[in-house]
Design a protein around this ligand. Structure first.
Ligand code: AGP
Length: 617
C-alpha cells in the first residue's frame, strides 16, 4: 500500500528519497512522486509519474533536483484513478505547502465542498489534496503557525492518516503526524538530520535510532533542534527513542530472481530463528514469554478467538485447530473484516489472537480495538517489530522471520504456524491438557521441520517442471482435509495472487456438495494427501475426481504408492506428525505458484492490484 519517505538535513535529499521509495516498492503501488525544496525564495518542485519508481526517476532526470529537504510517496489508488494528477505530493492553493499522505480521509467530500465555497481549487480527485488545502485554509483563516494549522486541521478529519507536510517558507522544517497508519522518525547524529518513513526499511541504512509516533501525535523535525512531539491537543509527549535492528541483507534479493523465491528458500533458517530460545530441545520444553507472563488469562481462557486476514487468516485456521487439539478449549476463527461489523459476542475470559505479518492491517487493528473495549485479552502474532498490532497487544510473540518483501506471503505463514504451535503447546503444558509423551514428541518433531523443509526445497527443479504443465490452466481446485484444508486455501490464494489463475481451496469432502460439477478432463485438482489420520478418507475423495477424469497433482508423503497410481503428477514431502503437516505441505504449493507465475512472465513480487500492507479497510 502507499509508502512515505521524508528527509531533512545536510545531504542532497533526492537520491536518498529515491532509494527509500525503491525500498518501499514491495508494498505495492501504482504511481510515485517527490517534492523538493532548495530554498525559501524558490517554488517547491514536484515530480510525479504513474507506474514504477523508475518511471518517476525518468521524469526527474535532467530536472532541478537540488535541495536538502524533501518528501516522496508511492501511491496505491483509493480515491481516484492511478494517474499523475492524483499522485502525491499535493500542493496547497498558494503552492507554499505540500503533503504526502497514507490512509483515507473519510469526510473528504464534505470538506472539499466547504473549501470550494471558500475559493479553493482542486486539481485531483484525491482525499489527500483536500487535507493540504484544509491545512492552508486553517493557517490563513486562523492566523496560526503551520504546526497549529496541521493539528487543527487533523482534528476536523475523520479517517486514517500518516502525513508529512513541507512548507516553502520554512526550509528544513517537516511536520509529521499519524492516526491508524504507521509513521517512524529516524534521528541523525546530534539531531543534525531527520529521516521519516511509513516503516523502518527505507531509513534503516542511515540510522537505527527511531521514534515511532503513536495515534494522534504530531512531530516537528527541524535539523539542529531536538525532535518535538505533541498530541493533537498540543500536550507535549516524551520522545521514546528505540534502537531498531534491521538486517539490511534481508532487504536484498541475495542472488535469487525474486524476493518471493528467496523468502521461500529462507524458510528453514527463518523457522530456526523463530524457535531460537523458545524451543529448548535438551529440556524438552517450549518457553514463550507471552504465556509465562499472562499465564492466568491464557490458562483460564473460556475461548480463543483468532482474527486476521488473507494468509494470516489461513494461519489462524491452523491455530484454532492446534488450540482445540492441545488445550481442549473452544476456538473460533474469523476474518477480521467480518468480526468488526458482526456485533461480536466477546468479552472478559476470551483471548483474542491477532495474526499479522505487517502488523498494520486496518481490519485486524479495528477487530483488536473492539475486543480490547470489550475486555478480552489480546495476543499478537506479528512479524513487523514495533508495528501497531504489536503495540496494541497485551502480550505477543514475534515470528522473527525477517522482513517479508514479496507481496505473496510465504515465510511469514510458516513462521505464524510455528509460533501458534509453540503457543498451543506452552498453554497446554500450563493447563495440563497435553500428555508428557505428546508434548515431548511434538517438540522433537518441531525442531526437525527446518531440515524437512530443506528436502522439499531441494526438489524445486522437479516442481518447476511440474509447473510447466499447469501454467495454461484457467481454473485450479485445491483440496485437503483436516490441517491440510487451510493449506489447500493457502495454496489456492498463492496461485491466484501471482499467476492470476482462478483457484479455490476447499475441504476435500465438501467437493461432492457442489464443486464436483466443475470436474472434467480439463480441470486440474491439487490434492494435499499426506499421511494423516484421515488419509484414507482423502483417497476416497480422490477416487471421485479420478472417476470424472479430473487431472490430479498430489502432494504426498515420501514413499506413498497408492496416490501415484491415480495422479498425473506427484510431489513428495517428508513424513511428520499430523499437527505439523501444514509446515511441510504448504512449501511445494508456494514453489508451484511461483514457477507457474514465472512461466507466465508475470511480476511475482509485485502482482497487480495487491498491496503488501493493507492499511485501509
Ligand atoms: C498474502 O499472500 C497476502 N498478500 C494477504 O492475504 C495478506 O496475508 C493479508 O493482507 C494480511 O496481511 P497481514 O498478515 O500483514 O495482516
Amino acid at each position: 500500500m502507499c509508502g512515505i519517505v521524508g528527509y531533512s538535513g545536510c545531504r542532497t535529499a533526492y537520491p536518498l528519497l529515491m532509494q527509500g521509495l525503491h525500498r518501499l516498492e514491495y508494498r505495492g503501488y501504482d504511481s510515485a512522486g517527490v517534492a523538493l525544496m532548495a530554498d525559501a525564495e524558490e517554488k517547491i518542485k514536484v515530480y510525479k509519474a504513474t507506474g514504477k519508481v523508475a518511471d518517476l526517476e525518468a521524469v526527474a532526470e535532467n530536472q532541478d533536483c537540488r535541495g536538502t529537504v524533501g518528501i516522496a510517496h508511492t501511491r496505491w489508488a483509493t480515491h481516484g484513478a492511478p494517474n499523475t494528477p492524483n499522485a502525491h505530493p499535493h500542493l496547497s492553493e498558494s503552492g507554499n505547502l505540500t503533503l504526502v499522505h497514507n490512509g483515507i480521509i473519510e469526510n473528504y467530500a464534505t470538506l472539499r465542498e466547504q473549501l470550494r465555497a471558500k475559493g479553493y481549487h482542486f486539481r485531483s480527485e484525491t482525499d489527500t489534496e483536500v487535507l493540504i488545502q484544509l491545512i492552508e485554509y486553517t493557517e490563513v483563516s486562523r492566523g496560526v503557525s503551520l504546526q497549529d494549522a496541521v493539528r487543527m486541521a487533523l482534528s476536523k478529519v475523520i479517517g486514517a492518516y500518516a502525513i508529512i507536510v513541507m512548507d516553502r517558507r520554512a526550509p528544513g522544517v517537516l511536520v509529521a503526524a499519524r492516526k491508524s497508519s504507521p509513521m517512524v522518525i529516524g534521528l541523525g547524529e546530534n539531531d543534525s538530520e531527520f529521516f521519516i518513513a511509513s516503516d523502518a526499511s527505507p531509513i534503516a541504512e542511515y540510522t537505527r535510532r527511531m521514534v515511532y509516533l503513536n495515534d494522534e501525535e504530531m512531530a516537528v523535525c527541524v535539523p539542529g533542534q531536538p525532535l518535538s512531539v505533541v498530541t493533537l491537543q498540543n500536550a507535549e509527549v516524551a520522545v521514546d527513542v528505540q534502537h531498531v535492528d534491521l538486517d539490511l541483507n534481508m532487504l536484498e534479493k541475495g542472488g535469487y530472481d525474486h524476493f518471493m523465491l528467496k523468502e521461500i528458500f529462507d524458510q528453514p533458517q527463518c523457522l530456526e530463528d523463530c524457535m531460537r530460545g523458545r524451543v529448548l530441545l535438551n529440556h524438552k520444553r517450549v518457553i514463550l514469554s507471552a504465556v509465562t507472563e499472562h499465564r492466568q488469562a491464557l490458562v483460564n481462557a473460556r475461548r480463543f478467538l483468532f482474527v486476521s486476514c488473507g494468509t494470516s487468516w489461513h494461519a489462524g485456521l491452523i491455530g484454532g485447530q492446534l488450540i482445540e487439539h492441545f488445550c481442549r478449549v473452544p476456538a473460533q476463527v474469523m476474518y477480521a473484516s467480518e468480526f468488526r461489523y458482526s456485533n461480536p459476542v466477546v468479552g472478559p475470559g476470551d483471548v483474542v489472537v491477532a495474526i499479522s505479518q505487517s502488523g498494520e492491517t486496518a481490519d485486524t487493528l479495528a477487530a483488536m480495538q473492539i475486543a480490547r473495549d470489550a475486555g478480552a485479552t489480546l495476543l499478537g502474532v506479528v512479524n513487523a517489530v514495533g508495528s501497531s498490532i504489536a503495540r496494541l497487544s497485551d502480550a505477543g510473540a514475534y515470528i522473527h522471520v525477517g522482513p517479508e518483501i514479496g507481496v505473496a506471503s510465504t515465510k511469514a505463514f510458516t513462521g505464524q504456524v510455528t509460533v501458534l504451535t509453540m503457543m498451543a503447546l506452552a498453554i497446554a503444558r500450563e493447563k495440563g491438557s497435553v500428555s508428557d509423551c505428546e508434548y515431548e514428541q511434538t517438540i522433537e518433531e518441531l525442531v526437525r521441520i527446518p531440515d524437512k523443509i530443506q528436502t522439499i526445497l531441494n526438489q524445486h527443479d522437479e516442481i518447476r517442471r511440474v509447473a510447466e504443465h499447469y501454467k495454461l490452466a484457467s481454473n485450479v481446485l485445491y483440496l485437503g482435509r483436516g490441517a491440510n484444508y487451510p493449506v489447500a486455501m493457502e495454496g489456492a490464494l498463492k496461485l491466484k495472487e501471482i499467476s492470476y489463475i482462478h483457484a479455490e481451496g476447499y475441504p476435500a469432502a465438501e467437493m461432492k456438495h457442489g464443486p464436483i460439477a466443475l470436474i472434467d478432463e480439463n480441470m486440474p485438482v491439487v490434492f494435499i494427501a499426506t499421511h494423516q489420520h484421515i488419509y484414507e478418507k482423502t483417497i476416497s475423495n480422490m477416487q471421485e475426481v479420478v472417476a470424472r477424469k479430473g487431472r490430479i497433482l498430489a502432494i504426498v508423503t515420501e514413499g506413498d504408492t497408492q496416490v501415484r497410481q491415480m495422479a498425473e503428477h506427484v510431489i513428495e514431502v517428508p513424513e511428520t506428525i499430523d499437527c505439523l503437516v501444514p509446515l511441510l505441505s504448504v512449501v511445494p504449493l508456494q514453489i508451484l505458484a511461483y514457477y507457474i507465475a514465472v512461466g507466465k512472465g508475470l511480476d511475482v513480487d509485485q502482482p497487480r492490484n495487491l498491496a503488501k500492507s493493507v492499511t485501509v479497510e
